[in-house]
Design a protein around this ligand. Structure first.
Ligand SMILES: CC(C)(COP(=O)(O)OP(=O)(O)OC[C@H]1O[C@@H](n2cnc3c(N)ncnc32)[C@H](O)[C@@H]1OP(=O)(O)O)[C@@H](O)C(=O)NCCC(=O)NCCS
Length: 218
């Protein structure tokens, strides 16, 4: 590992780079381009809550002065859900429409996949009394396997414990074997799985999301 790899709290000047890493790594560590090309919209959905509403729970990994990954934490998932539904989704949808989303077939395929997922019973949610906090974590390719993921999790876990919050959950793609082994190594346990329908070629494929949880009693 580089001598100068560190984990620190997010600063407002990191906003653009964490947004870029989010769409570049969201598909099991790869870009989202297989599903959607409006990177601004993807970054709005994935990052806006954390950068604009709860930056104090956002951690970044920095290597030789450059941000190479992040952990977006949230201490109160109910609040996050409310902000996303009332503020972030309407603004992100409007922005995507302004950039021409209604003229692109991929928009309708993604929308259909969301509806099919909901129809199949997929909206992963654990018991939020036990696991009120949640996180997402992503490192740029080339900076994985150096211990930065472990450090990011440890910083956020300390923050959660300091606030006397009981537990953390996260949702990952079922097919993300590497990510799943990482979370299991970090002491998260599998709580359940849910169907996920995704566009594939001219059709759709059925896959899974998995939910992991951690509490200090575990
Ligand atoms: C998953 C991810 C955050 C892990 O961070 P990382 O810095 O690569 O992991 P670390 O080097 O800190 O590893 C911590 C431990 O997890 C294990 N681990 C990490 N990645 C692993 C993998 N792909 N397969 C098996 N074990 C793995 C390590 O062996 C290590 O265990 P050890 O300390 O006992 O040796 C990072 O690889 C990543 O961003 N991947 C792409 C995006 C992703 O999958 N995000 C998470 C799903 S939403």
């Amino acid at each position: 590992m580089s001598q100068d790899a560190i984990v620190r709290k997010y600063r407002s000047e990191d906003r653009e780079v964490v947004r870029e890493i989010s769409w570049n790594t969201a598909d099991k560590g790869r870009t989202v381009d297989l599903y959607f090309h409006d990177h601004e919209a993807v970054a709005d959905f994935l990052m806006r809550y954390y950068t604009d509403w709860e930056p104090q729970s956002l951690w970044v990994a920095e290597c030789d002065g450059i941000v190479v990954g992040y952990l977006t934490g949230c201490l109160d998932t109910h609040r996050c859900d409310r902000v996303i539904a009332r503020k972030i989704v309407p603004a992100a949808v409007l922005g995507a429409i302004r950039r021409g989303a209604l003229w692109r077939a991929e928009t309708y395929r993604l929308l259909a996949a969301f509806i099919k997922t909901a129809w199949a019973g997929g909206r992963p949610r654990p018991d939020l009394n036990k696991y009120p906090a949640h996180l997402h974590i992503n490192l740029r390719q080339g900076f994985r396997g150096w211990g930065l993921g472990r450090q990011l999790i440890e910083h956020f876990r300390r923050q959660v414990l300091e606030q006397s919050i009981r537990g953390i959950h996260l949702v990952a793609w079922g097919e993300n074997e590497g990510g799943r082994r990482f979370f299991e190594t970090m002491g998260f346990r599998l709580l359940g799985e849910q169907p996920l329908i995704l566009p594939e070629g001219r059709g759709y494929k059925r896959t899974l999301t998995v939910i992991y949880g951690w509490t200090k009693e575990d």
